[in-house]
Design a protein around this ligand. Structure first.
Ligand SMILES: *Cc1c(COP(=O)(O)O)cnc(C)c1O
Length: 433
């Protein structure tokens, strides 16, 4: 499989080069030249597949011959070696729990897959690879955990100071070894802009082999399709129609991967792009006009994105047809107040504890189902509520049990480098490393 740049001014590359480069030289995002069709038989017999078999079949065409099948099988199995349960919240709504990985958020899958691919590719070249990544919260921890100890790869994480939760901050600042955290005195958008500038800076790129671990990178983005296949595998045991899927969205990598799964043949009735007040895409879905915005801090902080990177991929998937996009996806804007109210309501009624991101998706789905009363759907619950204890514990009025896997974090010491939100400081620091 080859990948082209959505800016159409750079040469096509294979999966290996797309993964190492992250972004195309013309600043475009890479996109697969063709979208492989999942065999009808695979969909029909999906219940008979193990999740490892299914994952291998889905990922194989995207990786092509850049990784041997047996190595890919190993990478894929390690990537998904935890459960992805579809849990019934009530008669109408299920929750696909994507927080059972090591850092308790869905980003573990993309980060684990990408780190293993990059580790594999780095053995084929002499020069060290530097992963530069901006995080609004969960990417940092997942990337730190995924890449920890991977030889030949150095990881630098930029995060907005004071705007990530304590568990998130510990997960990305306590690894040591090949992982370094830069604490930027600014917003996520500042971090993302600094990273984007680094990728196009000639000096830096002469000194370092830089790549991104944001969902810009195809190796982060593509494996997220797997959630939707795993969801469907479980869904059809209890339902005979295709699901409505509500996805809490920020940079739109996750929902865009779901749309890719749909275009390649997975049955999905409708998608809901559930956003907090950072709603550039819901606004596009309502009006047909896209305008990037400045990001606004909210309690669902991993979705505080003013200019979602993956919007261009969504356009490409639907040949830029506003009509086709708006028929398949509904957008919602959910305030912090409603998010909190939803956490409270669902806990009172169904004894299910939502995190703020899942709550945004829940509210949007519930509202959608009001005007589509014969249908049922699922939310993607993208993070464990314990990652947002201040918000969630105050609402439900009790403390959330900390999973065993997270407890050791609280014994570790935060290590970060404080930095002003400008590119020249980042450049100076990188060149001094
Ligand atoms: C990153 C993140 C999101 C947003 O995902 P995108 O792929 O950026 O749209 C939603 N919820 C949580 C918990 C996240 O960490």
């Amino acid at each position: 499989m080859n990948y082209y740049s959505l800016n159409k001014k750079a040469a096509n590359v294979d999966f290996r080069e797309a993964t190492i480069k992250g972004q195309a030289p013309d600043k475009g995002l890479y996109f697969p030249v063709t979208i492989p069709r999942v065999a009808n038989d695979t969909i029909k017999n999906i219940h008979a597949y193990s999740k490892e078999e299914l994952a291998l079949e889905i990922m194989l065409p995207y990786v092509g011959n850049t990784i041997t099948k047996s190595d890919l099988q190993k990478i894929v199995s390690e990537t998904i070696n935890f459960p992805f349960p579809l849990v019934s919240v009530n008669k109408k709504i299920y929750s696909l729990e994507l927080f059972h990985g090591p850092t308790l958020a869905f980003k573990d899958v993309g980060a684990r897959f990408m780190s293993r691919c990059l580790g594999y590719f780095s053995t084929q070249q002499k020069k060290k690879i530097t992963v530069l990544v901006a995080t609004s919260g969960d990417t940092g921890g997942a990337v730190a955990n995924g890449f920890l100890g991977v030889e030949g790869v150095e990881v630098i994480i930029l995060y907005p100071s004071g705007k990530v939760s304590p568990v998130q901050e510990l997960q990305l600042t306590t690894c040591g070894q090949n992982i370094k955290a830069l604490e930027v005195k600014g917003s996520f958008d500042d971090c993302q802009a600094m990273v984007k500038d680094a990728f196009i800076d000639v000096d830096l790129n002469n000194h370092l082999t830089l790549t991104s671990a944001n969902s810009i990178n195809v190796a982060r983005w593509l494996p997220q399709q797997l959630y939707y296949f795993f969801a469907y595998q479980q869904w059809i045991k209890e339902n005979d129609t295709a699901p409505i899927i509500s996805v809490p969205s920020g940079n739109f990598g996750n929902i865009c991967a779901g749309l890719l799964a749909y275009v390649s043949g997975l049955p999905v009735d409708h998608f809901i792009a559930a956003c907090n007040v950072n709603d550039a895409i819901p606004e596009y879905l309502r009006t047909g006009n896209y305008q990037s915005k400045k990001s606004i801090p909210t309690i669902s902080n991993a979705m505080d994105v003013g200019n979602p990177s993956n919007f261009v991929r969504i356009l490409e998937l639907f040949q830029s047809s506003y009509q086709n996009i708006s028929e398949k996806i509904s957008g919602y804007t959910v305030s912090d107040e409603i998010t909190k109210q939803t956490i409270d309501d669902v806990y009172q009624k169904d004894h299910y504890i939502l995190d703020p991101h899942g709550a945004v998706a829940y509210y949007a789905l519930e509202d959608y189902l009001k005007s589509n009363p014969s249908k049922k759907g699922m939310i993607l619950e993208t993070a464990h509520p314990v990652k947002f204890p201040d918000t969630v514990e105050e609402i439900i009025g009790k403390s959330i049990e900390i999973p065993e896997s997270v407890k050791p974090l609280f014994q570790l010491e935060k290590k970060s480098v404080l930095m002003e939100p400008n590119f020249s400081d980042l450049k100076g620091w990188l060149l001094a490393q």
